[in-house]
Design a protein around this ligand. Sequence first.
Ligand SMILES: Cc1ncc(COP(=O)(O)O)c(C=O)c1O
Length: 413
Amino acid sequence: MTKKGRAIKISKRFEVSQRVKILRYEIRELVPLAKSIEKKGEKIFWLNIGDPLKYDFKTPEHILEALYYASRENYNYYSDSQGLLELREAIVKKEKRVNNIDLSPDDIIITAGVSEGINFLMASLLEKNRELLIPSPTYPLYKNFIRFYGGEPKYYRLIENNNRWSIDLSSIEEKINDRTLGIVIINPNNPTGALFSKEDILKVGEIAKEHDLIIISDEIYDRIIYDKSFYSTASLIKDVPIVGLNGFSKTYLVTGWRLGYVYFSNFENDKLKDAFLKLARNRLCVSTPFQKALADTINKSDKHIFEMVYKLKRRRDFALKMIEENEDIECALPEGAFYLFPRIKVKGDWKNDTEFCRKLLIEEKVVIVSGSGFYMYDQNHFRTVFLPTEDYIQEAFTRIFKFIKRHKKESSK
Ligand SMILES: Cc1ncc(COP(=O)(O)O)c(C=O)c1O
């Protein structure tokens, strides 16, 4: 349609590619419906997107100032495709200081968010008859890009036991065959909030070594942790090639700046890194002033991170307490990130979890994401953020509980 709404007939040849048709991003799927309800004057409770800046978290002042100075100092040119050297040097320091990983600036490539890192990595690795093991539930971009480039995602299970999620190691071993290239770990995990134990990570390392696989470790929530210590994969495993993915969106409160990085650890040669760099060159570079601002600040002050984690922990505990007091749902303790992945214990008149979320939005005006949006192997989960204030959580959760109570089948307990 043109702007004036005049339809121009388009040849049938202009069909979009099959490749694109398979892409889905369920986290934002209910947004158009929610927006249309909002337009009619209803208040919507947004619990779907993992963006702290949409709530009461703000980019720290010193980072904003650094951006101003970066652009005043003429950091407005195309930077190196691999990323500004100053930022790669700062990341070397940060990864040593925070995660005890030894890197050199040359091991690192700056990307437009971890999202671009996942895209380029899958583009560099996959084609027909190649498989990657990814968790179920998973962050959807992994599945999307593996398939986009012709490969096959194979799911291993995360299991919920004794109030926590862990990696089902036997499910990893069952899925390995001669087409398998590697294992993806998301730690701290989205959507479950799990923080995987040192033992589990070491065991994944042993499996990878035995079968000659690489490990891809997404650690974007490495600094948003509550009760225990976080162990970065590359700090524990020295005898398996590891691709680390990390970024600034969440911990530096700059989701819209679109900056992340990938590092290559324990690789015998640069084949994969060179392929990745070829893709990076084709998009020239990522935004230079933003890179410079982060280069100047990521090792200066962590105060905002401590404040954010303190605030989030209180909100998590508040949300969990509400769930504990409700008989229809339960939730394992999230030890990192800012998500809850509750399990609905009762059966209801909804067909599946997708319909549950859609009906909830229509009736109670709350936006959450179904477990199947994360390729969860059952239909009983949903994901919500605990980023908003306690009042907001209280109102939204009360609506969710009311909805379940109204629609559950009494015989299902
Ligand atoms: C596990 C995980 N990886 C990657 C991303 C993408 O982050 P970015 O903003 O760096 O593209 C997200 C965003 O929610 C995520 O949860």
